[in-house]
Design a protein around this ligand. Sequence first.
Ligand code: GDP
Length: 304
Amino acid sequence: MFANLSDRLTSTFKGLRGKGRLTEADIDGTIREIRRALLDADVAVPVVRTFTGNIRERALGAEVSGALNPGEQVVKIVNEELISILGGESRPLRHAKTGPTVIMLAGLQGAGKTTLAGKLAHHLKGQGQTPLLVAADLQRPNAVNQLQVVGERAGVPVFAPEPGVTREGERQRGNPVKVAKKAMKEAEQRQHSVVIVDTAGRLGVDAELMKQAADIRKAVEPDEVLFVIDSMIGQDAVATATAFQEGVDFTGVVLTKLDGDTRGGAALSVREVTGRPILFASTGEKLDDFEVFHPDRMAGRILD
Ligand code: GDP
């Protein structure tokens, strides 16, 4: 995770080690290298600009006195700015004041929504909650089964429509908005404390998908709409996140596949570009490969 970016930043900082005083030229050289490392890691251009601008300003004005030498001071500033673009403080999941807490998942197909639904259910169950998983992804033929498998693994019930038969004789699973509404009734009757609604994704952003997600959002009035994004998506992260922000107005972000050979761009861009906090990270295919997102720990890993 972030291996290349980490290496690049570390070697940039090595060049500063042992310098008694940093000149403006030293700082500009360092900023240039940081900028290149971030761009190569697919971090969005406006984010790189803000980030490096802040570092330059702070490094130039940094106090020379104190316990840290100038090189260490630059590392400290970069660390603080990384934490800042990752969101500063971690933001806990919002729970409903009365009735079940409703969490809706949205994102592109293959982002890791269904896998995440199981992990989140498992995590919340571990906190004493009684989640219900809802299969409102009726687009992909296998999605409902996949959620059922995930639910079984997590030991959490899944609300899924019975397959019906259309006039043409095709098997059909019905309307996701209706399924979501029915699931809400079921959750109230059975007193589930949390409802996690998995929705359909497409390979690319499209208007129909967005409308469906927006309709489900209206129907279930979620406490959280979590935009699930594959960290490997690279430069597409910004356009995808922006489209989902306009389409469903998500309240938080989940980064998936952080275990992969991710360059880091999506992770480092999405908070700054959308203004929405990253709540969780998914780091593998197993139920436990899941963590609450802490900006300071993530920055620490990048600068490790
Ligand atoms: P969905 O289409 O958004 O519901 O995505 P899925 O949950 O079906 O995930 C797509 C693929 O990515 C599956 O093969 C998952 O096993 C895999 N996957 C999901 N999350 C992670 C993760 O954090 N790390 C890795 N390595 N694979 C993941």
